[in-house]
Write a new protein. Structure first.
Length: 279
């Protein structure tokens, strides 16, 4: 089904796992690698007979740890020792390979098209746009998926407004947050418990930061204006940004602030998809 992803009928591939941004980059050990987008082993007997190494182009992205077999992997011992000795260099190279792909697709840092083709034409990263937080064209029946998930988390599972919006965005855009990560916005519910800034807006802002900031806010061009623009769109759509004012308009006894969170989801989805399209 996915022609660039390696598969063998008799055994799985042994991989180096690099945890980054809430997901695993799984880089396979390969016997023959004829390109430079890899770490090539130098010190093993196998590497002297073949072109063995860790192939970055065949890396897969795994957001759910349940898909990773934790059985002991069998790899060439000399190559294992070489990986351990050079682990910092290898991890840095793996992350850069993935980050360069993501930044090119998002338009943050474009590679020359010829160079992009050389690196990624046969790469398996193209199959993991959701896990990498890249926009994907939705089918018509998926257009309201973010709003539909609001009901699941807010009403059925009883998360507060901030937790709900962050969970919905994480699921929709494949951010890869952990259960502990979601707790970071728990205190924003109910306008921080005192009717201040809307918790749904705060949760959306947290998601915006995770999706757009690579290192820190001050190093992200235009991030301050992007944040202000999202707040402005929220205000236009809902009429206010304070919980104490919004509850007067949207809160209902039976479903609480469901409509506020749904509208916040609509605002974020339209805003973020437009932001990506423009880049």
């Amino acid at each position: 089904m996915y022609e660039e992803i390696l598969s063998k009928e008799d055994r799985p591939y042994s991989c180096l796992l690099v945890k980054q941004y809430g997901y695993f980059i799984c880089v396979p050990f390969r016997t023959e690698i004829r390109h430079k987008y890899a770490y090539h082993f130098q010190a093993s007997k196998r590497s002297r007979k073949h072109h063995s190494g860790l192939d970055f182009t065949k890396a897969v992205i795994v957001a759910n740890q349940e898909f990773i077999n934790e059985d002991i992997a069998i790899v060439d011992q000399d190559e294992y020792k070489e990986v351990i000795y050079n682990i910092e260099k290898i991890v840095e190279s793996v992350i850069k390979f993935v980050d360069d792909y993501v930044e090119h697709i998002k338009g943050i840092k474009k590679l020359h098209e010829r160079e992009f083709g050389r690196r990624y034409h046969f790469s398996s990263l193209k199959y993991f746009k959701r896990e990498l937080g890249l926009s994907q064209k939705k089918e018509p029946e998926e257009e309201d998926m973010l709003r539909d998930n609001v009901k699941k988390y807010y009403l059925e599972q009883d998360y507060n407004c901030a937790e709900t919006i962050l969970r919905c965005i994480d699921e929709e855009y494949g951010i890869g947050l952990t259960e502990d990560d979601f707790k970071l916005v728990s205190a924003f519910g109910g306008g921080m418990g005192c009717g201040s800034s809307c918790g749904a807006l705060c949760g959306a802002m947290a998601a915006l930061g995770r999706l757009t900031v690579k290192t820190r806010a001050h190093a992200t061009d235009g991030f301050k204006d992007t944040c202000a623009d999202l707040v402005d769109e929220f205000r236009k759509k809902l009429g206010n940004t304070d919980c104490s004012e919004l509850v007067k308009i949207y809160k209902k006894d039976d479903v609480r602030c469901l409509e506020t969170v749904c509208l916040a989801a609509d605002v974020f989805e339209e805003f973020y998809n437009t932001l990506i399209a423009e880049k």
